[in-house]
Design a binder for this molecule. Structure first.
Ligand SMILES: [Zn+2]
Length: 151
């Protein structure tokens, strides 16, 4: 279920509700549905109609009675500890990616960070760092796997 709520940040926040009741334990593969705790996290996603979009994602930690661990749910479209969806990181990567011959940057990190209103705690310098970090991370991933982050 998706609920879009307008937000004071001049952005749209889409509240996600995950429909699966449980997961298979990543340690022992047992099906588990006992939620240990849920933490809502705000995750940047692709803009819609020029509007900045955040997803409010319930990050669920389950409890596995058979192996006594509390694994966090694995979401194919959101890697661990990310504050942007995989497809948004791919999009940022493509925006600043080196292309053409001779190689050139499509847009500078600064331009992308401004275009995307990538405001990290209202501090422009840090939002450029965020774009730079995403770019390097995705570039490394591509070099290693030749694949795409997108699900
Ligand atoms: Zn288990």
């Amino acid at each position: 279920m998706l609920i879009a709520i307008p937000c004071t940040l001049d952005a749209i926040v889409v509240k996600l509700q995950l429909v699966n009741a449980g997961i298979n334990c990543p340690n022992c593969n047992e099906y588990i549905s006992h939620v240990h705790q849920t933490r809502p996290v705000l995750v940047r996603d692709l803009s819609v109609f020029g509007q900045v979009v955040y997803l409010k994602v319930p990050r669920r930690q389950f409890y596995c009675f058979s192996c006594k661990t509390s694994p966090t749910e694995i979401l194919s479209w959101l890697n661990k500890k990310q504050r942007q969806t995989n497809r948004y990181q791919e999009y940022i990567y493509e925006k600043v990616s080196v292309a053409g011959d001779p190689p050139r940057k499509e847009l500078t990190v600064k331009q992308v960070s401004e275009n995307e209103k990538m405001c990290v705690a209202g501090e422009p310098r840090r939002s450029e760092d965020a774009v730079q970090d995403i770019f390097h991370k995705v570039a490394q991933f591509k070099k290693k796997t030749g694949g795409c982050l997108r699900d």
